[in-house]
Design a protein around this ligand. Structure first.
Ligand code: ADP
Length: 649
């Protein structure tokens, strides 16, 4: 089907005729004398070989003639395939084609009209149409004749150019094109931003107007030498803007060559690196400064990479007592630590763990123990800080401080605190005891003195009251004596007077003195010495020995409700060991040392029923020590106690 009422043969024939017509037409033109005479064969060959497509449509839009170029342009097999088809088979956008035809009607011709056509395989091509409408005698459209020029490549090139132009215009880099003498032909907007010169101000100028004048002339000569030899040059320019602001640019200049290889232009692509340069400068400065601080710091500073020391300063070497850096670097941090830390943990896993924490958290502070080259171990406070090295890898910056003094101060502080707490407790205990120990006998004295005033008292009653007043007075005197003795001991104002003392006599004297009281309380009382019969004598302070024994026996009586009290001595190698044993209430294990401290009474609530200020044993201990001996107790709660003390013989 050709879509027309003419046969294919007819159309092809007409095509031939058309060729004849064109030839005749050209002939006429040349005959008119304007052109040299063209031979008929020449014209034929032009028609057959012309790159553009010649075509003719009939009034219905059927292609009735086309030059051979149509075959290759539209990718058909032969002209036979094309002639007889409707023009719409070649049109890509029918609407656009309608417009073209309307225009043809109106203007009779169109010139350089771009329109998109399609090939046999559907591929788009852009052609430029130059067409003329043919009309018959009645003024009706008889057909169209014209030439189509393939501008697909040109369009493509235009599009590419547009893309490139946009890229250049919007580039964050400065782009400058100069002619071969270096005069500016083109600058992009970034150039204006940076230099302050508008494109038109820059046009025709030599880029050296930007030269800040700080780089040597040879630098530019070298650049020119390179690019004029057709090679690419890369470097940095120190430039000055129109307003005089200085800036640095990283520059690449490429020669642009024509197809023959001749340089026709130079293309300079430049990046503003002022800030980068300033940052580099600052970094270098701070690096130098850091190095200085690192080396000169009085505190030891080390660097750890991959779990090993890679650097350390002089302070580290000096403090640890090593000869040089090499002794420390390349080793694991435990090289300068004892095997075991103060908390009992092995240094290696603990160090690895702490380094890991620092790398994760960014920084980590902790206490550690270090070891000097001579083996001395000392406490330090370590601060690990993760920093990035040149290759962006996390490394550790280590600073440590010797905290021996601080640790000691801390320990002293803890001890002082303990003492303060203790003396606070002691003060409370003292006040409680004292008020009891003073108020109780005082109440006795005042109460019975009042009773004595009653008229008509019998002699017995009076004697009874007076005896209570006496006892109370004695009890108060005892307390006051104890207090005075204690404070003298504390102030170091107790002196000893040494005489020859017959121990056996002393013990018997005490036995006889307390016997009536013990009997009254219904207790057994006995004296025991392993040297019965013979006298033991020592050189000591008789009064104090008497005081010590008296105190212990008094306590035994006081804290024993039933059973027995045995006291005596054993002769030892270099001393005499005295003992006072009872079957009384006993002293709990945890109190057996503290009972010798001032004002201490075992469980105040329990012993409250017993009188006493809690000073007795403290005085006894102080006196034993004054005499060069020791005192201790062995006791079981509820079973009884044995107090021992020694006096050197
Ligand atoms: P106090 O004046 O209270 O007796 P001491 O200094 O003589 O003070 O004794 C301190 C504490 O030791 C007593 O309060 C008592 O709790 C305990 N103690 C002393 N001797 C004995 C003992 N023989 N049996 C049981 N507890 C005793």
């Amino acid at each position: 089907m050709t879509g027309t009422d003419k046969t294919r043969e007819q159309l092809l024939k007409e095509n031939e005729q058309l060729k004849e017509t064109i030839i005749a037409l050209e002939k006429t033109v040349s005959d008119s004398g304007h052109y040299s005479i063209l031979q008929e064969e020449n014209l034929r060959s032009i028609f057959d070989n012309m790159g553009d497509v010649y075509y003719q449509l009939d009034k219905n839009g059927i292609i009735i003639s086309a030059s051979p170029a149509a075959v290759s342009l539209y990718k058909y097999d032969s002209l036979d395939d094309i002639i007889g088809r409707h023009v719409s088979d070649f049109v890509y956008d029918p609407d656009k084609n309608e417009k073209l035809i309307e225009e043809l009607y109106r203007k009779k011709f169109i010139r350089n009209y771009p329109i998109v056509h399609k090939r046999k395989d559907g591929e788009q091509i852009t052609v430029e149409a130059n067409s003329t409408a043919l009309f018959d005698d009645k003024g009706e459209l008889a057909g169209v004749v014209g030439v189509l020029h393939d501008i697909t490549d040109r369009k493509q090139a235009e599009r590419e150019l547009k893309k490139l132009t946009t890229a250049v215009e919007q580039s964050a880099n400065t782009i400058v094109i100069t002619d071969i003498d270096g005069n500016i032909e083109y600058t992009n907007p970034k150039f204006t931003d940076l230099t302050g010169y508008t494109a038109s101000e820059a046009l025709g100028q030599n880029p050296r107007v930007l030269n800040a004048g700080t780089q040597p002339e040879e630098y530019y000569e070298e650049m020119w030498k390179t690019i004029s030899q057709g090679k690419i040059w890369k470097g940095e320019f120190h430039n000055k803007s129109k307003e005089g602001r200085l800036f640095w640019e990283n520059v690449t200049i490429s020669p642009i060559k024509d197809e023959k290889g001749c340089i026709i232009n130079y293309l300079a692509v430049k990046e503003d690196i002022t800030e980068k340069k300033a940052a580099e400068q600052a970094l270098k400065l701070s690096e130098d400064r850091f190095r200085g601080l690192f080396e000169k710091s009085g505190d030891p500073i080390l660097i750890i990479e991959n779990g090993k020391f890679t650097d350390c300063n002089q302070a580290t070497i000096d403090i640890l007592g090593y000869g040089s850096k090499e002794d420390i670097i390349n080793s694991h941090p435990v090289k300068i630590s004892p095997e075991i830390q103060s908390d009992g943990r092995s240094s290696i896993p603990k160090a690895d763990e702490l380094m890991k924490i620092a790398l994760e958290k960014g920084t980590h502070r902790f206490e550690w123990e270090h070891k000097k080259s001579d083996g001395v171990i000392f406490p330090v406070e370590v601060l690990l800080t993760a920093i990035l090295n040149d290759s962006n890898k996390k490394i550790l910056h280590v600073v440590w401080r010797d905290i021996t003094v601080r640790k000691k101060a801390e320990l002293n502080l803890v001890a002082a605190l303990e003492m303060a707490k203790e003396s606070d407790q002691l003060k409370s205990a003292f006040l409680a005891n004292m008020s009891h120990e003073i108020r109780t006998p005082m109440n006795g004295i005042l109460g019975f003195s009042e009773l004595l005033k009653e008229p008509g008292l019998s002699g017995d009653e009076k004697n009874n009251y007076i005896s209570v007043i006496e006892q109370s007075g004695n009890r108060m005197l005892n307390t006051i004596n104890d207090l005075i003795e204690m404070s003298k001991l504390e102030a170091g104002q107790m002196y000893v007077s040494i005489t020859e003392v017959n121990v056996r006599k002393q013990l018997e004297y005490i036995y006889n003195f307390f016997k009536p009281e013990v009997d009254k309380n219904g207790l057994q009382f006995s004296l025991s010495t392993n040297t019965s019969g013979s006298d033991i004598s020592i050189k000591t302070d008789k009064e104090k020995l008497y005081g010590i024994l008296t105190n212990l026996v008094k306590n035994a009586i006081k804290y024993t409700n039933e059973g027995s009290i045995i006291f005596g001595c054993k002769v030892k190698d270099y001393s005499i060991e005295f003992f006072v044993e009872d079957t009384g209430i006993g002293i709990p294990q945890d109190q057996q040392i503290t009972v010798f401290e001032r004002f201490i009474q075992v469980d105040m609530t329990k012993t409250r029923s017993y009188e006493g200020a809690g000073l007795g044993l403290a005085i006894t201990k102080a006196n034993v020590e004054l005499l060069g001996g020791k005192i201790w107790v062995e006791s079981k709660e509820g079973k009884g106690s044995t107090f021992y003390f020694t006096i050197p013989s």
